[in-house]
Ligand binder design. Structure first.
Ligand code: CWD
Length: 943
């Protein structure tokens, strides 16, 4: 008995250690059309591989039961699933159909049997017994959105096929808040793929998200070819993971953009090995891999799901016992081992065919998507996306490089000398018909970037402007917007309105708007043109200065005692003294010096000399300024320019002005917020007949006819004025802008051409081209330069106003000195011993008042008595003894004796006066001394 008991106990212990049963049954449900499909084969291959693997489940064998169910027959599918449950499966795999999948899942959920799926599940609710290896749609939508944002898509068409397509891609429809994306949604099936594509093409939408059924993809691709939507302008982002399995041969080498994600990284070493092994496994006539040994996403996910289950079992084996399920659909009693098994499966982390695998609540949260882009010869990996790090583009050039293949671009242009000109004649065909600056530039750019081109003229002969009412564009801009051309080359100005509907390269030339006008006629010679060097106000000021100085001279001389002298020094009886600066003489003195001729008059007093000196200084400056400017005026050719700048144009209506029609110059004035330009626009808009011209030649013609100013671009203006000496530029530039090569919005050529332009600029090639086409080797009109140099202006107050200030200051000083002299003299007089009166000295004020009265009384007269008055208070003792002024400027002569008066001023008295003088001297206790040295007027010695 004892050995038997021991043996039983050992067997029981062994049974407890082997937690997994030797056979674990699994079920798989496929739709009937999946019979022997790559998905079924991948499932079988996975089971085969796991059973072969001695490490994964060494003591357990997986045994599968496969059921095929008709599509759309959920009843049948449920029945088949129940059969598998009865069979004792520990997990159910599939099916991929969403409807059938939901039914199978409800059975598994009721019986606590793990359900492993690899299908798109749009139901976001948590399912306890489901493990889905297909990435959740919201994460996939994030991936698509990231790519769209990277590509900067602003107008997108989403083409979907399944009814649930809209729910599936709903996150894409909701544009991200930071970007303004216009989305057009269209449901399409093979019957209307073409019409939907046609509509998208007519709407000029070039970016498409394509979510069609994989089995219909070739129809869709054919539609693209039929509608010729297979050039570089179009970009298709496919939602399928299986783009590599489609035949894209027809789309290679034509630069159409095709992008998609793949979930199986076929370049991964581990994946490659499995696929190689799979290839050997596949039965004859059936294949898991396609012709190019690529596995589709569905079989790969099926393979991975079996492995996830196996690893779940393996981990469960380490701590739990897996009790076999013994449940049925009829009893509805859940399997008690199911919960722990699903939990172990949920925590599996694995690197499978579909990359890293991790789950959270049965949903796959870890995976890696490779971003593929069709290049010329093949689909290549250009980036990656994963839930944690988002999109990582490793080959940006793949999206923005138009390639180096021979591609022919349609280039439109407009005839404009010297940018684009045309040879007429049979000898010239194609691009050879055109020549000019822009044609040369295009040739160099095409060579650098690597494209061919067909140059053609824009039919409506317009650059392109937007109608402010309808909002419609015309000209080359419209052509580009409609993708009727790839490039627009010419004197095409880059501006805001255009840049918002088309793209521009970097500018190749800078310019601004200026005024073209007819050369002004020479001013007729005038009789009084000698007046021109000085401004009118200066002439008036000079006249005023002349009068002022003359009067000042007169007044100052009258007040200054040193300007009075005996006119007849030899006449000792003469008791009159004289002042040379009468009113007339004062005017004569100033005019004489102004005319640089001088006069006989010489000021003697300090005050009058100051007046004279400052006036000489004034005349020196005025005359030399006048002479210098007169020389300039005589050498220049004066022109009559009725307008000098845009403000002058705006401020008048006699001369009409206009611009090129539908060009950027016109829109500059139309859209300007500057008052002057607004005013000019109102004038141009309302002027009848129209001031807008359709060609700039017409504008020039109107300018030459006269009374018309043409507002045009400075580069063209330079070209014209160098060649036509009757035309000239008026004023400077009104704005600053550049010419660029225009492309349709989002064109891949823009950046390449910009680079080429920058390179040509740095090498100086654009300057060489400019010189070639602008600099006229023949007779260039240099009149403009001469005109600019020869401008001479009348001197105004700003130029020589200072000399008037100096003059006024000088006069003020002279007046002050004269007052000082006057006061000084009056004071001396009050103390003078020469008074012929024994009367007491009169006060200074009285003396000054008397002197003042006298000066004023003898208004214009040059003479006054030497004894100037019979003072009431100082009446002469005898018969009116004469008063002797402070200075009696008498030359020494025979019979004359010199005295120094009480002022200390030497005086020469006639002999007959000397007696009286000595009398007075005695009377006044002898303050006057006799001197023998004489004084001449010119040798005036100031006090
Ligand atoms: N253009 C213009 O508007 N005014 C001009 O004088 C010349 Cl020469 C041309 C057209 C302009 N460059 C444009 O792109 O619209």
């Amino acid at each position: 008995m004892r050995p038997l008991a021991v043996a039983v106990a050992l067997l029981a212990a062994a049974a407890a250690a082997a937690a997994l049963p030797p056979v674990v049954k699994i079920g798989a449900v496929f739709t009937q059309d999946q019979k022997d499909s790559s998905t079924e084969l991948a499932f079988k291959y996975a089971v085969y591989r796991i059973n072969k693997d001695k490490h994964l489940l060494p003591k357990t064998t997986l045994k599968y039961d496969i059921k095929y169910v008709p599509k759309d027959d959920s009843f049948h599918a449920s029945k088949k699933a129940c059969q598998q449950v009865r069979f004792g499966v520990q997990a159910v795999f599939g099916p991929s159909d969403p409807l059938l999948g939901a039914h199978i899942h409800s059975i598994c959920d009721a019986l606590d049997i793990p359900h492993l799926e690899a299908r798109l599940d749009l139901d976001t609710e948590y399912k306890e017994f489901s493990i889905n290896l297909y990435p959740s749609q919201s994460l996939l939508n994030n991936a698509f959105q990231d790519v769209m944002a990277f590509l900067n898509w602003t107008r997108v068409a989403i083409v979907y096929e399944e009814d649930y397509g809209l729910i599936k891609l709903r996150e894409l429809v909701r544009a991200p808040t930071n970007r303004d994306v216009e989305i057009h949604l269209r449901q399409a099936d093979p019957d209307n793929y073409r019409s939907v594509l046609k509509e998208i093409k007519s709407k000029e939408i070039h970016n498409l998200v394509v979510d069609t059924k994989p089995e219909h993809m070739h129809h869709f691709l054919r539609g693209i070819l039929q509608l010729q939507m297979n050039d570089y302008k179009y970009h298709y982002l496919f939602t399928t993971f299986d783009i590599e399995t489609f035949d894209l041969e027809d789309f290679k080498y034509n630069f159409v953009n095709m992008t998609a994600f793949r979930i199986v990284d076929a370049e991964d070493v581990g994946v490659k090995e499995i696929l190689k092994d799979m290839e050997r496994f596949q039965p004859v006539g059936h294949s898991i891999l396609n012709r190019s040994n690529i596995i589709q996403a569905e079989p790969a996910l099926m393979y991975d799901s079996v492995y996830v289950f196996a690893i779940g079992l393996q981990t469960l084996d380490q701590s739990h016992t897996l009790r076999l399920s013994n449940v049925s659909c009829e009893e509805e009693v859940p399997w008690d081992g199911g919960l722990s098994l699903i939990n172990y499966i949920n925590s599996v982390e694995l690197k499978g065919l579909s990359g890293p695998i991790e789950f959270k609540e049965g949903r796959r949260i870890q995976f890696k998507l490779d971003l593929l882009k069709l290049k010329q010869h093949a689909l290549v990996k250009v980036g990656e996306w994963s839930p944690g790090s988002g999109v990582n583009i490793t080959d940006r050039a793949a999206f923005f490089d138009p390639g180096t293949m021979n591609v022919t671009l349609v280039v439109i242009t407009i005839l404009e000398i010297p940018y684009v000109m045309m040879h007429y004649g049979k000898n010239y065909t194609g691009n050879d018909r055109f020549y000019g600056f822009c044609v040369d530039l295009l040739e160099r750019i095409a060579r650098d970037v690597g494209f061919d081109y067909i140059l053609d003229l824009v039919p409506d002969r317009k650059y392109g402007a937007q109608d402010p009412i309808t909002g419609e564009w015309n000209g080359m801009v419209l052509h580009l917007m409609k993708h009727k051309a790839d490039l627009a080359v010419g004197s095409m100005t880059i501006n805001y309105a255009r840049e918002s509907v088309i793209d521009f390269t970097k500018p190749f030339m800078n310019l601004g708007i200026s005024i073209l006008f007819k050369v002004p006629t020479s001013a007729p010679t005038r009789l009084f043109s000698f007046m021109n060097p000085l401004a009118v106000e200066i002439w008036l000021y000079v006249l005023a200065a002349y009068v002022l100085v003359s009067i000042t001279m007169f007044v100052v001389a009258r007040f200054s005692p040193y300007e009075w002298h005996n006119p007849h020094p030899c006449d000792t009886e003469n008791d009159l003294i004289e002042n040379q600066f009468s009113l007339a003489n004062s005017f004569w003195f100033t005019i004489g010096t102004l005319m640089q001729q001088g006069s006989d008059l010489n000021p003697k007093a300090t005050s009058t000399r100051i007046v004279g000196g400052i006036w000489w200084f004034f005349t020196l400056i005025i005359i030399s300024s006048y002479t210098a400017n007169l020389a300039a005026f005589l050498t220049v050719e004066r022109m009559i320019t009725p307008i000098e700048n845009a403000e002058d144009l705006a401020g008048q209506t006699d001369i009409s002005y206009g611009t090129l029609d539908s060009g950027s110059t016109m829109t500059f004035f139309r859209d300007s917020m500057i008052e002057t330009y607004k005013k000019m626009w109102r004038f141009m808009e309302n002027k009848k007949p129209s001031v807008f011209v359709s060609t700039y030649e017409e504008g020039i013609q109107r300018v030459l006819e006269g009374n018309y100013a043409f507002l045009m671009e400075s580069t063209m203006l330079d070209y014209i004025v160098q060649r036509d000496c009757n035309l000239t530029q008026i004023g400077g530039l009104l704005d600053s802008k550049g010419y660029g090569i225009a492309t349709p919005m989002g064109s891949p050529w823009r950046d390449k051409i910009s680079l080429a332009i920058l390179e040509l600029q740095e090498k100086g090639e654009i300057q060489i081209l400019y010189d070639k086409w602008w600099k006229n080797p023949g007779d260039t009109c240099t009149r403009t330069e001469k005109g600019k140099e020869s401008k001479a202006n009348a001197l105004g107050v700003d130029n020589i106003g200072g000399v008037f200030v100096v003059l006024l200051c000088g006069l003020a000083i002279a007046v002050i000195v004269a007052i000082f002299e006057f006061c000084y003299n009056s004071k001396r007089n009050t103390q003078s011993e020469l008074r012929a009166t024994p009367a007491p000295h009169q006060s200074l004020c009285a003396e000054m008042a008397e002197e003042l009265c006298f000066a004023l009384r003898c208004r214009g007269s040059r003479q006054r008595p030497a004894l100037k008055r019979q003072c009431s208070k100082c009446a002469p003792a005898a018969s009116g003894a004469p008063y002797v002024p402070a200075v009696l400027d008498l030359p020494p002569a025979n019979g004359l004796r010199s005295h120094r008066g009480s002022l200390g001023v030497p005086i020469e008295l006639p002999l007959h006066l000397q007696h009286r003088h000595s009398h007075a001297h005695n009377h006044n206790h002898g303050h006057v001394h006799s001197h023998s040295h004489g004084h001449h007027a010119a040798d005036y010695d100031p006090p």
